[in-house]
Design a protein around this ligand. Structure first.
Ligand code: ACM
Ligand code: ZN
Length: 469
């Protein structure tokens, strides 16, 4: 009997005979094995070796997967497992639609079985600020409340609110740690900051009043990068964020920050002159580097979305998260890279656009500096946990196998194994095969419907002509 194991192990060899599933389990610490690696040997008894708690945790989960599949008699095997990437992340956007701590834990439970080891938590955006900051209570008093939601078919003027107290965020960190995940909070800047600017108006270029947004999009109000006071306020916020999130990384955003206001702002332009910055893209590099320098002193590493590379002056110790990078700067810059290409790895795109096979087969090895991958679920169109599970599963299974398995089997084999293991992953609302494996006509109409809801016809045409199907 051949086992179906997901994520696929690095090495598996079958030994003669079978053992009982309830055979005694012996564990032994083996310092020769690297962090997260493990060995399982089944031959009458079950022996597990690892050098870290994570390694033992993964081995225990894998034994459960084997028992799920085999029942009482399990084949004798020797399994050695090693992760491909050290950074295996999933991202949840808590801003466009608030996600309760209970539902975050539910997603963490699912993801722990898949050996994701990073929960990237998108906590701030134009449509809501979700993290309690004690020094600035207005961030949640004002910033976590929006009056209306205008996302596709959801059109209303109801209050949408919600934030996490510091205690709740610590509870999520503790829960993630128990599941051998770190938590990377994202405080997005200098763009995607309408909720921040509505709460603390002195951060904006000029003296414009900014509203919290009720719709999706890219908005031109951004943080004034020329004003020293902006940095002082951001550092206060990061002092509290760093005290809540003890793990090594902080994500400081950097995506989709239009530069019109910086071009017009006297204070920003003066700083550019003083610092010899050629254009506003360099000003973004300067801004991200400066915030990074502050966080480095606090012992943190910083992650930014790939747009921060546009100025060519981003410090090399910053990790770049590639999501939409037509110029390929992430692969060329020499910075560590996290890959989350939006055409292959965004879970909020419909299955018609990003079927399971497309997620599975995408080659994330864009260069030798890739430390891992991240699969985001943005929540403009994701209003509840049922739909979140539907969009993420089984695509998260494919993404997890790509992140973990050095020897990734062909898609046909993965698909067969997934069918056998669907119940093991226990995700109540996972998509069915006819949904994650749509025929071409369903794909065409699905893409048109998706773009029809959010983008002009030109975007549909581009999607097809660029052969991104
Ligand atoms: C992004 O999707 N704006 C990172
Ligand atoms: Zn300014």
């Amino acid at each position: 009997m051949k086992l179906s194991l997901i994520p696929a192990p690095y090495e598996i060899s079958y030994l003669p005979g079978f053992s009982r599933a309830d055979a005694p389990v012996e564990t032994a610490t083996d310092s020769r094995l690297k962090n997260e690696c493990f060995v399982i040997h089944i031959d009458g008894k079950i022996t597990v070796r690892a050098s870290s708690d994570a390694g033992f945790f993964y081995a225990k989960n894998l034994l459960e997967q084997i028992k799920f599949q085999c029942g009482q008699n399990i084949p004798n095997v020797h399994i050695k497992d090693i992760p491909k990437y050290s950074y295996r992340s999933f991202m949840i956007d808590s801003c466009r639609h608030f996600v309760t701590t209970e539902n975050l834990k539910r997603m963490i439970d699912h993801c722990a079985k898949l050996r994701f080891n990073v929960f990237h938590w998108h906590l701030t955006d134009d449509q809501g600020w979700r993290a309690e900051i004690k020094k600035y209570p207005e961030l949640t008093e004002i910033g976590s409340v929006r009056y209306g939601s205008n996302f596709g078919s959801e059109q209303n003027d109801e209050i949408h609110s919600g934030f996490y107290t510091q205690e709740e965020m610590r509870e999520i960190v503790e829960y993630a740690h128990k599941n051998h995940m770190i938590v990377v909070p994202e405080i997005d800047m200098p763009g995607h900051v309408s909720a921040l600017l509505a709460s603390i108006p002195s951060l904006v270029c000029g003296d414009k009043k900014v509203e919290i947004k009720t719709r999706a999009g890219i908005f031109k109000d951004i943080i004034c990068a020329g004003d020293d006071e902006s940095y002082d306020i951001l550092y206060d916020i990061f002092d509290e964020i760093c005290a809540i999130f003890p793990d090594e990384y902080i994500h400081i955003g950097g995506d989709e920050a239009p530069k019109e206001q910086w071009k017009r702002c006297k204070v920003c332009q003066e700083l550019m002159k003083k610092e010899n910055l050629a254009d506003e893209e360099e000003l973004q590099g300067y801004f991200i580097n400066r915030v990074k320098n502050y966080l480095s002193q606090k012992g943190k590493k910083v992650i930014t979305w790939n747009e921060s590379l546009n100025g060519g002056n981003l410090d090399k110790d910053i990790t770049v998260q590639m999501w939409m990078d037509r110029k390929g700067l992430s692969a060329k810059s020499g910075n560590p890279v996290i890959v989350s290409d939006f055409f292959h790895m965004y879970m909020d795109y419909p299955y018609s656009m990003t079927p399971l096979k497309k997620v599975y087969e995408y080659n994330t090895d864009i260069n030798s500096l890739v430390i891992g991958t991240d699969v985001p679920i943005w929540t403009e169109y994701v209003r509840n946990i049922e739909y979140m599970e539907y969009m993420c599963f089984p695509r998260y299974v494919a993404a997890a196998q790509s992140a973990w398995s050095i020897k990734k089997p062909p898609y046909s084999q993965f698909k067969a194994q997934l069918t056998e293991l669907t119940d093991y992953f226990g995700v109540e609302n996972a998509a069915k095969q006819e949904e994650w494996d749509p025929d071409i006509f369903t794909r065409l109409s699905g893409v048109i419907n998706h773009f029809g809801a959010i983008a002009p016809v030109e975007a549909v045409r581009k999607h097809f002509t660029e052969k991104k199907m």
